[in-house]
Design a protein around this ligand. Sequence first.
Ligand SMILES: NC(=O)c1ccc[n+]([C@@H]2O[C@H](COP(=O)([O-])OP(=O)(O)OC[C@H]3O[C@@H](n4cnc5c(N)ncnc54)[C@H](OP(=O)(O)O)[C@@H]3O)[C@@H](O)[C@H]2O)c1
Length: 289
Amino acid sequence: MTPLAPLESLLDQAGGDDFPLPPELATLYGPLRFPLRKGRPHVIGNFVTTMDGVASLGAPGLAGGGPISGSNPHDRMVMGLLRSVADAVIVGAGTLRSVPNHLWTAEHIYPPLSDSYRQLRVTLRKEPSPLNVIVTARGEIDLGLPVFRSGEVKVLIVTNPEGARRIRAGSLPASVVIGEVEEGDAIGAREVLSAVGRILPGEIILVEGGPRLMGDFFAGKCLDELFLTLAPQVAGRDGSGERPGFVAGKRFGPERPLWGTLSGVKRADSHLFLRYEFPTENGSRRDKD
Ligand SMILES: NC(=O)c1ccc[n+]([C@@H]2O[C@H](COP(=O)([O-])OP(=O)(O)OC[C@H]3O[C@@H](n4cnc5c(N)ncnc54)[C@H](OP(=O)(O)O)[C@@H]3O)[C@@H](O)[C@H]2O)c1
């Protein structure tokens, strides 16, 4: 396999201290900083879209992020890096259904850098793998999937009482915990974060979507930053099937416009790696610094 070339950094205004990246990751990504604060976790999102904003092609076998990024190795490397600093990775049940064999670990998304990712977690004194968090209202979850059975990750399923009842009717592996919240079909992002907080005092929480869950995090003003990969592809839409952007089920502009602040731009050939800050319920991180 040809070794990856380092990302070209065009803008880096992220605040905070440098994370102690192992040499290979430091060379490929450059410095990685997060404006961490005591008292609540720093919540980041990671998505890839086409130039025309499509996050899922919505076709059988092509619904995941791979066909959007062109299975771009730099995108996978960055996904792995963000997973390797995260205490928990949160996804909606729709994302799990679209990639049923996935584990939300750094090693799983980009195996060539497994050693460096592991080394980073050791240095950061984090568990070997981030807690994998699945959010579902219906609770129609196949407990036979690798994420529940591999033994490589601990899993928290955040759901309502009805979903919990349905899941408990199956055989729950020892690595899986149910975080029951008193909400209906739409579990608020704050409730999801509280359920995660009851399991671990996380410093960095990573939300990997999908669009429905991401909409809830933006609506709850719970997302501090978004790492957005822009793939140089035009997917198009002709109304024959859903091709959502990275937010679905929520509307912000023009009534409640939601603007981000660009804090980072990196490039690998024609792929762009953008980093935006967003205002949270207490104002943006930068405002508070
Ligand atoms: N391009 C990218 O970077 C990227 C990233 C992630 C996903 N995707 C793609 O996006 C597509 C999936 O989209 P999606 O919008 O369906 O994703 P999703 O948000 O992962 O899944 C939606 C489902 O998750 C559960 N859910 C999400 N938020 C919830 C909430 N606040 N409260 C209760 N349940 C909640 C519900 O599950 P139940 O139905 O079980 O109640 C809901 O039907 C897939 O094709 C996936 O591959 C793309």
